[in-house]
Design a protein around this ligand. Structure first.
Ligand SMILES: Nc1ncnc2c1ncn2[C@@H]1O[C@H](COP(=O)(O)OP(=O)(O)OP(=O)(O)O)[C@@H](O)[C@H]1O
Length: 436
């Protein structure tokens, strides 16, 4: 989930923004002071900041400059009054992603955050963060990844949600000669029809209302590097056409510019849906499918990799220790036995969340069984030789969705947040399980 920091001293505006963003699936943290905001950004991961231009203890522009100097990957949106648009322009020049004038229009705010959500730069690609494990199937996956990495073949990664498709895409990038260049992630579901052009192609200042500065598009940013198209199945049909055209031409022009830029981009796409079915139903263009599927890799579900459970748990214990300043050493035998029986419908992401929570709750060096979430004791356990794994997983997914909807009073955004999936995926699953 994306985390947003609000730095705003007007308490009523701050509260409205907090509630609105939480409702729309963001994790929110807020403060009324600029310096406290800087401390928060230093001590925890923040995706973007809503920053008031005038703060009681500091000047918003100076805070912006410090953020950009120390944490350049954090996107900042300035909030200002109409009569201070000049300062907003200075803010843009200092690296702010955009600005909003008060009173803040929530829909406008959302439309600004959506493309930011869609464009996550993998600033840290660290090989030691990647657990390889011992499972034979996954070893085969990695072998294929290493073989395809140095080529120009586009790769289609399939697999259930949370199995590590994005991690594998980064693995391919870091094993290619492009590793010094950028790896750009695009969440295909969050790019609307209207935004596609300016997000993918970029624009020149003044080319349309709201284009207050020159902006390179995603394709230009990924030039020389890798473009990762996540949740490919969520790309709208019209956007599929536009993407295909530019991939065929291998050239791009920013909106409002005549200058053609040659493109040299490695494409990796991921999907957890049966994209072949979408092709058959003519919802996904066959030509684009073939263009992206020059080499397919399927990532197995976590329950198909029981040998790797231990290594992944230890990896997440170590990560959570450094995140929370704890000194947990291990998971108890009985705790491990519980996890070993669990089917993990949310795969590695779910395991990571379970371990993080348990590390936070742990009161000694060992995580005890009762520090694992209750839900995993209630679900049917995994008996590999007697049950149909697919239907077991579907049943668990369905149960989890019903529970989340009940808990949130049928609020889909909130339910999607709890389930750690995007809203579009939730809608697809509601349709699939006939829960609409
Ligand atoms: N091999 C791995 N080593 C360490 N961590 C991993 C590994 N694979 C996945 N993870 C972690 O599990 C979580 C989910 O991984 P990732 O986002 O790559 O999955 P995904 O299949 O792309 O998910 P989705 O289908 O929802 O987009 C992330 O936090 C990631 O860091």
């Amino acid at each position: 989930m994306e985390k947003v920091l609000i730095i705003e001293d007007d308490i009523s505006l701050r509260t409205i923004l907090e509630k609105f963003l939480q409702k729309n699936g963001f994790e929110v943290i807020s403060t009324d002071r600029g310096k406290a905001g800087l401390e928060i950004i230093t001590s925890q991961h923040i995706d973007f900041v809503l920053l008031d231009l005038r703060l009681p203890d500091s000047n918003g522009i100076e805070i912006l400059q410090s953020i950009k100097k120390l944490h350049s990957h954090v996107s900042v949106i300035m909030m200002t009054f109409y009569d201070d648009v000049r300062s907003a322009v200075t803010a843009i020049k200092s690296g702010a992603r955009d600005y909003l004038t008060k009173p803040i229009n929530p829909e406008e705010l959302l439309s600004l955050l959506k493309p930011i959500q869609a464009v996550k730069k993998a600033v840290e690609i660290n090989k030691s963060e990647f657990v390889q494990g011992k499972n034979e199937k996954f070893a085969g996956v990695l072998e294929h990844a290493r073989l395809v990495a140095p080529t120009m073949l586009s790769v289609l990664i399939t697999g259930e949600s949370g199995t590590g498709k994005e991690e594998l895409a980064k693995y391919i990038h870091t094993n290619s000669q492009r590793k010094q260049k950028d790896f750009i992630t695009v969440d295909c579901g969050s790019i609307s029809e209207e935004l596609f052009g300016s997000e993918f192609f970029g624009h020149m200042k003044g080319s349309f209302t709201g284009a207050v500065y020159d902006k390179p598009g995603l394709l230009e940013s990924a030039n020389g590097g890798t473009l990762f198209l996540d949740e490919l199945g969520n790309l709208t049909y019209e956007n599929q056409i536009k993407l295909l055209r530019v991939l065929q031409e291998k050239k791009v022009k920013r909106i409002g510019s005549n200058k053609e830029i040659d493109l040299d981009i490695r494409l990796i796409a991921a999907t957890n849906e049966e994209i072949v079915l979408s092709v058959q139903k003519e919802k996904f263009r066959e030509d684009l499918y073939h263009r992206l599927n020059e080499f397919k890799i399927h990532v197995p579900a976590l329950r198909e990799r029981p040998e790797d459970l231990n290594e992944l748990i230890n990896h997440f214990i170590a990560k959570s220790n450094s995140e929370f300043g704890k000194h947990v050493k291990q998971l108890s035998e009985s705790g491990l036995a519980v996890l070993a029986q669990y089917a993990f419908p949310g795969n590695i992401r779910e395991l990571k969340n379970i371990v993080r929570r348990a590390v936070l709750l742990a009161t000694s060096e060992t995580i005890e069984k009762d520090q694992l979430p209750q839900e995993i004791f209630n679900t049917r356990t995994l008996a590999v030789d007697t049950v149909d794994l697919k239907s077991l997983q579907e049943q668990q997914e369905r149960d989890a969705i019903i529970k989340a909807l009940k808990k949130t009073g049928n609020n889909k955004s909130e339910a999607a947040r709890i389930l750690n999936i995007d809203r579009k995926t939730l809608y697809n699953k509601l349709k699939l399980y006939q829960l609409e």
